[in-house]
Each structure stands twice: as C-alpha cells, then as structure tokens.
Design a protein around this ligand. Sequence first.
Ligand SMILES: *[C@@H]1O[C@H](CO)[C@@H](O)[C@H](O)[C@H]1NC(C)=O
Ligand SMILES: *[C@@H]1O[C@H](CO)[C@@H](O)[C@H](O)[C@H]1NC(C)=O
Ligand SMILES: *[C@@H]1O[C@H](CO)[C@@H](O)[C@H](O)[C@H]1NC(C)=O
Length: 404
Amino acid sequence: MKEKRLLYVLVLIVSVIGLSNIYVMLGLLGCKPTYYSGEPRHTTDTRMKVDINMRDLTVKKTETPAQGETAILREKVFNTFKNDSRSSKLIYVHGRHLLKQGDDIFHKLHCPIRSCSVTTQVDQGPGADLVLLGFFSVVPKNPPFPRKSRDQIWAIQILEAPSHEPYFDNYNGLVNWTMTYRSDSTIQFPYFKFKYYAEPEMRQKVPNFAAGKSKKVAWLTSNLNAKFRNKYFKELSKYIQTDRIGRKSVIECPYEDMYDCLDKLKRNYKFYFAAENLFCNEYMTEKVGRNSYKYEMIPILLGARKEDYEKRLPPNSYIFAEDFKSPEHLAEYLHKLDKNDTMYNEYFNYRKTIFVEEEFSPPWCEICRRLHEEDAKPFWYDDIKGWWRKDACRSAPYHLLGKS
Ligand SMILES: *[C@@H]1O[C@H](CO)[C@@H](O)[C@H](O)[C@H]1NC(C)=O
Ligand SMILES: *[C@@H]1O[C@H](CO)[C@@H](O)[C@H](O)[C@H]1NC(C)=O
Ligand SMILES: *[C@@H]1O[C@H](CO)[C@@H](O)[C@H](O)[C@H]1NC(C)=O
C-alpha cells in the first residue's frame, strides 16, 4: 500500500520536473504566460499541464496520509530552480506597507525568473529598479520622489475603469509601464483568466446546471450609483423573476459571507446580472469571472463591447444584453432557456475543456521577467491620461430602455 503511494508520488514528481524544465525554458525565452484568448486551441500547451500537475500535487498533499512526504518532495523540486545567477532587481511598491517584503512571492509563485525583491520602504524607492505606483491602491497625486536615474523603471497599476484622473498629467513622460485590465497595457492584469484543462479532466462529464435552480436572475450588489444599470434591472424585473442581493435590498448578504452567499446563488439562480458600472472597452470585472462563471450562472453582460467579450470569454457561454432590443426581449429569451434544460446547459459546454481562474493576483512573475529583459527598447508615456481615457468608454446604451 505504502509503496504504491510512494510510487504514485514519484511519478507525479518526475512529470513535474520534466514539465517545469520546459516551463523554465519558455520563461527564459520570454514567452508570455498563455491563457485562453478566445481562439479554440488544442490542450497540448505544456505550461497548462504544469499548472494542472501542480494543482494535483497540492490536492494530493491534503488528500493522502503521506502529506509530509509530498510536501518535502515538492519543496525539493522547486528548490532545483531556485538559484538564478542574475543579480536581484529591487521593486519599490509605493504605499502598501503591509505587503510582504523580500523575494518570497517569486518563489511561492514558482516564477521562472525570480531574482527580484519587493520593498515598501520609501527610503529605498529612489534606488530601486522599479517604482510601482497604484498597487491595489490609488495612484498618488504626485510622484513620491523625483526619478533618480534613467535606468529606473516607473510603472503604474490601475484597477478601475477610466473615470476622473486629473492628476495623471503629473506623470506624463515619467511612466514606462502600465498594468491594467486592458490589452494595450505593458502588462495586462485581467480580473480573471480562462485556462484549458489538461487531457484527463477534459473527459469529465458536464452535469445538469439547471438542476434544482428555481429562481431566475440574481444580482449581487450594494452599489446603486450607476443609474443605467439600476434602471435596466428594474425594467427587466417587470418581465422575469429577479433578486437583487446586498445592502438596501430585501435579501441581505454581508460582505464577510460573500462566498457563502455566492454559493447559495449558484444553487438557486440560473442567470447572473453581470453589469458593470461603466461602459468601457475591455472592462469586465469579477462580476463576470467570479460571480457568473465560477458560480455557474449564465452571465447577462452589460459593460464592455461585444467584441471584447468575444475575445475573452468562451463562445456560447454568455448573453450579451445589447443583442436584445429591450429588457423585455431579453426576458423572453431567458424564459426560453429557463424552460429548456438542453438549451440552458449548452451555455456550459465550454466546461469540458476550459475553466475560469478568478484569482486576482498581481503578475509578479511577468514583472520580474520584464525587469531582467535586456535590450528592451526605452519607452514611456508622454500623455498617460490621454492614453488611459481617449475613446476608452462610451455612454450607457439608453436606447435599450426606449429613451434617448
Ligand atoms: C543554490 O545556491 C546555494 C548558495 O549559493 C547553494 O548552497 C545551493 O547548493 C544551490 N542550489 C542548487 C540547486 O544549485
Ligand atoms: C429544447 O432545446 C433543444 C435544443 O435546442 C431542442 O432540440 C428541443 O426540442 C427543445 N425541447 C423542447 C421541449 O422544446
Ligand atoms: C523610462 O522613461 C524615461 C523617461 O521618463 C526614459 O528616460 C527611460 O529610458 C525609460 N526606460 C525604459 C526602460 O523604457
């Protein structure tokens, strides 16, 4: 029994070593991490398999009694790749004092290139290789210190959609990298990604996603500031059963229990009202990736352009509200899906090959890899505000409500 288990662990380890080598090599060659890009593709992506295997390993660690062994072996595997002859790059992260300092994160994420270190101490900022502003926070109104050397890279991370950022002008000519959800950023940092399963999982059967769901449209929000979104939902509610869940609604869902709450929604509702508060290109948030896809409700999308959704989401897995003349027409279609489980389940077909990864974790590996990139052409944004805002958003599609 014990031998068998050990053998199994060994086989797993060997396969991980082999594939991880490929992973490291690809990383060194400068390949971008790949994920589902809207193009149908075969599941022969080696990096995908590495991800899956690592997952398996983690699962095994908790499932089998041989926990200790697996953990130790796993540690060994990754230590093999730990040594990196490159000199370490210092990353100064502004304004996030609780962030873990040092190089741990790059090891924890098994980055192919990990000679990087994080600091949040402001006195280390001027000497850092990278100055990172707006990291899970707002970009400060003014640069925290002047740029000391031309070799220092300045990056800003923007989490929200373009709105009112007058002070961005203070960064003109200073910023080299942008990190946002948009694909025209230096490093794209989306709210969620889709990935392909490795082959064994691919064969898994897709269950009946309509089973046990007696309610229709759920919307989890406490933010009622976006007028169009509220009006659209109100109008939709006239034609199909809907529930808004959150503060100031009949059904409350305290923030601490959000995941419990989403679990409940997943069991009871067929559709999720995944409407953004702004209509900006490529802007799709956790309302789509987490609330709808992860929690197994068909998303009703309002926000980005249709082509943006087409590029990012699996085909035939969502409903684009603007395809329907009005909320009433949309409701009619939802009723149709509600009555026919076959039709409803067709929206989940992608699950045979693709799964959503809604972890919103910063792209540390890509940051470190880029910092070590030699002969990168110098680049900076002369007009950062213009880049961020120009033609980035449109006005809400009020014509759907029969008003102009
Ligand atoms: C990594 O480097 C340390 C110290 O520089 C050394 O002791 C260790 O053996 C090296 N590990 C590998 C796998 O090369
Ligand atoms: C349900 O939809 C499927 C696929 O579109 C169709 O073949 C079937 O006839 C429908 N069933 C009913 C009862 O309408
Ligand atoms: C970063 O931008 C500055 C201008 O502010 C420029 O001098 C420098 O060459 C740029 N660096 C890189 C690596 O693009």
